[in-house]
Design a protein. Structure first.
Lengths: 420, 432, 481
């Protein structure tokens, strides 16, 4: 099967990619885990070297190998820095597939099973979040936190910490007509976490796209894009999701738009893992909402606010989209954008990383929030639900007065809606 | 096998020729160091002769002191033993010079003045100007790490010496460094030889890095009502894009000695580059002067010769004071407190100062030096006696304290290369 | 050689459990620096955070006679940060504090793991920079720069790392903590910092560095000139020097390199360009303007085919683009190459270029050059097909012959990369036995037991260097050459 060609570390294509690393180390200072830990095994160069050792049979898939790869955020800052063009993200995913194939200890498998059973399944996620709402409202969560019941179970505690205030559901119509003359047709990916935790972002995305002249299709039955499974090395599951998405999203759209960086990044890479027509079509048409909106005329009113912008890894490194969100912010009159130091350094969210590796995620979050505080801005803008949740949670725990919002949320505030 | 003095004389003469060995009282008196007269004075003509002399000295357990122009002998401790003085002034040859390379290899006995004359037609220079430089040998300048105002821009011999040929204590002719401007092949041996007073080897050949002579040079004197104002000016200059080639501070005594108008303190600044840039930087300088409230006057082209002559003038005690730019004023004040009457000058941009004090009571001076050392130690600096009478240099350590772990290493280095103490024993740090 | 339980326990006590690594994965990932053909696994890797920890590790290793291999970011090109005899690798990458920045006295004191560019980044807004700028500066550490006495394109004007080191804190191979040099000028005694910079970890470990900072120049100007031949370009270089101009950087690309770049990147340089000169000036604005004009005139007088002067930062980046693409471009036309770092006197550049063409013919290999024309530091890339053993052998012979030719012209084995493992066997080309002997004795002063970074910098035996055969170092675009 052609799929096996990329799923194994010792597949020729994978080996060639691994060997394109020339061990220069330029990736090291860009890697969040290397910045925190300072040792080679938790750097991109070291991880690729370990992959090579496994592929060339100098090393087994050991606990150590697994551990160092588990600690990798998959943020791909290394890809941005690499002068040799090593496709680290794809190599990581292949390595994880290799690890899955060899099997993990039971404890790890249980937690993974829980995550994959819930997160990529919108209805189950909704049910869990609904239950979480009850849990919150009942005062049980306050009790749990006060008594530190979950402390020994750090990963569960991490999940618990992340639970946000759950908003009411916002239903979106299946078709949002373009305002004025139509520029074309786009399909909107509603996402999984985004759909339930930030439905207002989906709503604002649809409205703004329509205002910008796009006809927006929001297919009701769309499932998960498969990003979580991809990053976890569950490649066959990823392929199923890609094919499913390819068949649900209409073929006659100009673009497939996402407002979640993690989703967009996975979708753009469907072609590496499958040759299914629908999936590859989705891949070639995926765009982040900021890319479409940066390119359009919108009626905006002044918004005198000071904000700073955090680059989600999967937008900046995964999709190489940095200018568009900034251009979007620059359009807003009266807005002051203060540059964020190390804006491209991962906040620690990285998909479900902050659930699986809470200590490292917390260390990175602390650094990120320190840098945000240093800008003096009271609002941080970023286009990924994972980052929004993670940073908002951290700010809340530190008692900071910090608003953490999506670029479309900010833009929607500045729009003169009645004029349109 | 022990050889009698007569036989030794014969052996030495066999190396350099009988007419190049002095054993007569008059001749030897000229070679005395700190009142200690050697048994022989030899004037070798080639590096090979130097090597043979040292081999012999090593064999016969003689103590050897190299000398150049002899104008910087009053430093360090008095010689613990002194048998043979090597006058290296006959080592004058140019070994290699290609103007294209901006490097030159010369023998160590050449004077800096001779070198300058040779380089002038090519519009090149070795930008190293310790007081009295033109008559000093390059080997002597290197061995004493002597420096002058141009260090502001060009550094010292440490930064200009690329390669060095030297004779070890046992007479082995050795090379260190490279002939090219950029080399990291092996250890940086030339660095070890600079300022070592010949205690690790007698320098016989130097490969030096050269610089082009600038189109135009222009100098100014800026006078201040206080040392604090001068220090402020220095701070502003360092924090600007102005690139002076010299930035000297002069206190009132130095101004008087140079025949300049008196002020509490002054800065002598030179800027050397293409004409438009000289004008632009002078304008920048003028603006800064106005901010601090100084008085600016142009200095003629002959000023630096005068300055050099003044600093090199015989007599008195000269101290090398190492401090930092942010402590210039306090150092000037404390120097006055320590000695009452001192002419202070030096590179303000680097905190490398010189104090000239009349040679009076050695004990009183020693007390002053001790006190000043205490003050500059706050800025991690020190005071070294660059020139002074023997009585002073025995009353107090002429070099100043060196932290114990570093001193241990220095001793180990000396022991590694001169275990029997052939080279200049007793004169260097810790009597090494 | 495995480390005993007692030693490992002691290491954990000194560094904390998270400061010692003995796993298979750790030993593998630390077995090489950027020159991956030199591999040697350490028995343990330790990551200290303080000078005291470094000192205690050295003392322990000394007591137990265990080799010590210091390591920074591991980006060297000479096989310097690998452990051919096992032992304890001491990685300084967790010592990343900037201890003091004293702009008034133009100095900074940093721990060795601070990355070169971070220091300049920290002071650039205030108008200062740390001058040594090796092309690896975005990842190489200052401790590593000190150990190898790193250069960079701007060392023509500003000097190399040693010219910017004011003082060091150092743990010697004997386990003593030394503080030498410092901010104040003119210290008595031997120039220990001067001797220790460039010692490549054979004397001990750098635990803090006090460096000189410079004020940023007022203006920067970049020009590019294309010539029909390297001889013409070299004459232009001589004329520039003779005109009394010392540019901040002066790079030359030869015909083979120009061809490779044009083929790989698209016509960056004009047809018929046998050599390209990239010249950068910095300093007071009026000086840079005037010298820029003069350089353009000199190049035209020397038959430049094409002279262009950048008008802004964007144009400047474009001019440098070709130079930065050099390694990558070669990577496209040859599967592998050997990289040299020899130096010749500037005046001998035309001669060595002719020699190189002759060698290329004699051994039937392609040699492409990018070099620092200002200081004579060559970076020939001797190309070969890594599947062809015969071609590889010929490339190696050409490499050796070229090195000998450079030394014969009065040059040096290595201008900026250092010696490490890779060039130790070549030192006898440049130094006589007496000179090497002097260096051995100096080494023993700092490292009496011969435990510090064994097999590096000095040939350990007349027949050393065997057993490590370089096969294929390749460098990506933008990698430092």
């Amino acid at each position: 099967m052609t799929a096996d060609r990329v799923d194994a570390l010792d597949a020729p294509a994978t080996l060639t990619a691994i060997r394109s690393c020339v061990h220069c180390g330029i990736c090291l200072p860009q890697c969040p885990t290397y910045r925190v830990l300072g040792e080679e095994m938790d750097s991109p160069r070291g991880r690729v070297y370990l992959m090579r050792a496994v592929a060339e049979q100098r090393l087994d898939v050991t606990d150590g190998f697994r551990r160092h790869l588990d600690l990798c955020l998959g943020c791909r800052a290394c890809e941005t820095a690499c002068p040799a063009g090593v496709p680290f993200g794809a190599l990581l995913e292949t390595s994880r597939a290799e690890i899955e194939r060899r099997g993990r200890p039971v404890r790890e498998r249980l937690l993974a099973a829980l995550i994959y059973a819930v997160f990529p399944h919108p209805r189950r996620l909704r049910a869990l979040l609904g239950a979480a709402r009850v849990y919150r409202g009942s005062g049980l969560s306050a009790l749990v936190r006060r008594t530190g019941l979950l402390r020994p179970f750090s990963r569960l505690a991490a999940m618990e910490q992340l639970l946000p205030e759950l908003p009411a559901d916002i239903a979106l119509p299946e078709l949002v007509p373009a305002r004025g003359r139509s520029r074309g047709r786009v399909a909107l990916l509603t996402g999984c976490v985004q759909r339930y935790v930030y439905p207002d972002v989906n709503r604002d995305t649809a409205r703004l796209l329509a205002l910008a002249g796009w006809e927006v299709v929001v297919p009701r039955d769309q499932g998960c894009c498969g990003a979580l499974e991809l990053h976890g090395g569950r490649l066959d599951a990823l392929r199923r999701r890609a094919r499913a998405l390819g068949s649900v999203l209409p073929a006659d759209v100009d673009w497939v738009v996402t407002n979640a960086a993690g989703c967009g990044s996975a979708m753009r890479e469907y072609g590496h893992w499958t040759s299914d027509d629908g999936a590859t079509r989705v891949a070639s048409r995926t765009r982040d909402v900021s890319e479409l909106l940066a390119d359009s005329e919108l009626p905006l009113e002044p918004l005198p606010l000071t904000v700073t912008y955090h680059d989600p890894c999967h937008l900046a490194h995964g999709q190489k989209v940095r200018a568009a969100p900034r251009a979007l912010l620059a359009k807003i009159p009266g807005l002051t954008v203060v540059p964020l130091a190390d804006s491209e350094l991962c906040c620690g969210s990285a998909g479900v990383y902050n659930i699986l590796e809470p200590e490292m995620a917390e260390r990175l979050l602390t650094q990120k929030i320190d840098r945000i505080v240093a800008t003096g801005a009271r609002t941080v803008v970023t286009g990924n639900p994972g980052c929004l949740l993670h940073i908002a949670g951290g700010a809340r725990r530190r008692g900071l007065d910090l608003e953490v919002i999506h670029p479309v949320t900010l833009l929607a505030r500045a729009v003169r809606w009645e004029a349109s | 096998m022990t050889v009698t003095t007569r036989a030794l004389s014969g052996a030495l003469a066999a190396v350099v020729g009988a007419d190049r060995i002095h054993e007569d009282e008059a001749g030897l008196a000229t070679a005395a160091i700190d009142g200690v007269t050697p048994r022989w004075l030899a004037a070798p003509a080639t590096p090979e002769q130097v090597a043979q002399l040292l081999a012999l000295a090593h064999e016969e357990r003689l103590a050897v002191v190299p000398r150049g122009s002899g104008t910087a002998l009053e430093q360090g401790g008095p010689p613990r033993r002194l048998d043979l003085v090597l006058d290296l002034r006959r080592l004058q040859a140019v070994v290699e010079h290609n103007p294209d390379d901006l490097t030159i290899s010369v023998q160590a006995g050449m004077t800096a003045g001779t070198l300058a004359a040779r380089l002038a037609p090519h519009r090149q220079t070795l930008p190293l100007d310790p007081p009295g430089w033109s008559t000093r040998t390059l080997g002597g300048i290197a061995a004493t790490q002597a420096s002058g105002p141009l260090r502001m821009r060009y550094g010292t011999m440490r930064d200009l010496l690329l390669g060095v040929r030297f004779v070890q204590a046992d007479g082995v002719l050795t090379w260190g460094g490279a002939r090219v401007v950029k080399s990291v092949t092996g250890y940086d041996v030339p660095k070890l030889m600079v300022g070592a007073l010949g205690t690790l080897g007698v320098l016989v050949e130097l490969t030096l890095r050269l610089h082009p002579v600038a189109d135009v040079e222009s100098s100014s004197l800026v006078m201040f009502r206080s040392a604090a104002a001068a220090q402020e000016m220095v701070a502003l200059l360092l924090d600007s894009a102005v690139q002076p080639s010299r930035l000297e501070i002069l206190n009132d005594r130095t101004l008087t000695a140079c025949g300049l108008p008196v002020a509490a303190a002054a800065l002598a600044v030179s800027i050397a580059t293409v004409e438009p840039a000289v004008r632009a930087q002078e304008a920048a300088l003028t603006t800064l002067v106005a901010r601090v409230g100084g008085r600016l006057e142009p200095l003629g082209g002959s000023f630096w010769h005068l300055y050099d002559r003044t600093l090199a003038a015989a007599g008195g005690v000269t101290l090398r004071i190492g401090t930092v730019p942010s402590r210039l004023a306090v150092t000037l004040a404390e120097t006055r407190n320590a000695f009452g009457d001192a002419a202070v000058s030096g590179c303000a941009g680097l905190g490398a100062l010189r104090a000239r004090v009349d040679a009076s009571d050695a004990t009183a001076l020693a007390g002053g030096i001790e006190r000043l050392r205490g003050v500059v130690a706050d800025g991690d600096g020190g005071v070294v006696i660059e020139r002074g009478p023997r009585a002073l240099r025995t009353a107090i350590d002429p070099w100043g304290p060196v932290p114990a772990p570093a001193l241990t290493v220095m001793r180990a280095i000396k022991h590694a290369f001169d275990p029997t103490g052939v080279l200049n024993p007793g004169r260097f740090v810790d009597g090494l | 050689m495995a480390l005993s339980g007692t030693v490992l326990t002691e290491l954990a006590r000194i560094l904390g459990a998270d400061g010692v690594f003995t796993s298979r994965e750790a030993r593998l990932t630390y077995e090489a620096d950027m020159h991956t053909l030199y591999k040697g696994e350490p028995d343990a890797v330790v990551l200290p955070r303080s000078t005291e920890q470094v000192r205690d590790v050295v003392r322990l290793c000394r007591r137990e006679r265990i080799p010590i291999v210091p390591r920074g970011s591991g980006t060297g090109l000479i096989g310097g940060a690998m452990a051919p005899r096992g032992g304890v690798m001491v990685s300084m990458t967790r010592m990343t504090e900037m201890l003091e920045i004293d702009l008034a006295n133009r100095s900074a004191t940093v721990q060795p793991g601070v990355i070169n560019l971070w220091l300049t980044d920290a002071v650039r807004d205030r108008g200062y920079f740390f001058a040594p700028d090796p092309s690896s500066q975005m990842v190489s550490s200052i401790g590593g720069n000190v150990s190898t006495n790193a250069g960079g394109p701007h060392c023509l004007k500003y000097g190399i790392t040693t010219n910017h080191v004011l003082g060091l804190e150092f743990v010697t191979g004997a386990g003593d903590v030394l503080r030498v040099g410092g901010k104040a000028a003119d210290r008595p005694g031997y120039d220990l910092p001067g001797a220790m910079v460039g010692a490549e970890g054979t004397f001990g470990l750098v635990t803090a560095v006090t460096v000189r900072l410079l004020h940023l120049p007022e203006a920067v100007k970049t020009a590019l000139a294309a010539f029909a031949s390297v001889v013409d370009a070299s004459e232009a270089v001589s004329a520039i020097i003779a005109a009394g101009i010392v540019p901040a950087a002066l790079e030359m690309l030869d015909e083979a390199m120009v061809g490779a770049i044009n083929a790989a990147v698209g016509k960056v340089y004009p047809d018929g360009a046998g050599a390209v000169l990239l010249i950068e000036l910095d300093g007071p604005r009026a000086e840079v303007e005037a010298q820029g004009e003069r350089i353009a005139a000199i190049c035209r007088q020397r038959q430049a085919l094409f002279v262009t002067v950048a008008r802004d930062e964007l144009e400047r980046a474009l001019l440098w683009k070709g130079r930065k693409e050099a390694a990558g471009a070669i990577g496209r036309i040859a599967s592998a190459y050997l990289l040299q770092d020899a130096v010749v006197p500037r005046s001998k550049l035309p001669q060595i270029m002719k020699e190189m063409i002759a060698l290329g013919r004699r051994y039937n290999v392609v040699i492409a050059n990018v070099f620092h024309a200002g200081d004579g530091n060559l970076h020939p890339m001797i190309c070969y097909d890594d599947r062809n053993a015969d071609e590889f052998a010929r490339a190696q012979e050409a490499n050796e012959a070229l090195l000998r030719a450079c030394i014969a012209l009065g040059g040096s084995v290595t201008g900026e990369h250092g010696v490490g493992m890779d060039k130790a066997k070549n030192l006898p080309l440049q130094y006589a036995d007496a000179d090497l002997n002097f260096m051995y004795r100096l080494r023993r002063v700092f490292d009496p037991d011969g435990l510090m970074n064994p097999a590096k910098l000095l040939p350990s035996h007349p027949a050393c260097g065997e057993g490590f055969r370089p096969t294929r170092p390749t460098l990506p675009d933008g990698a430092w050459v």
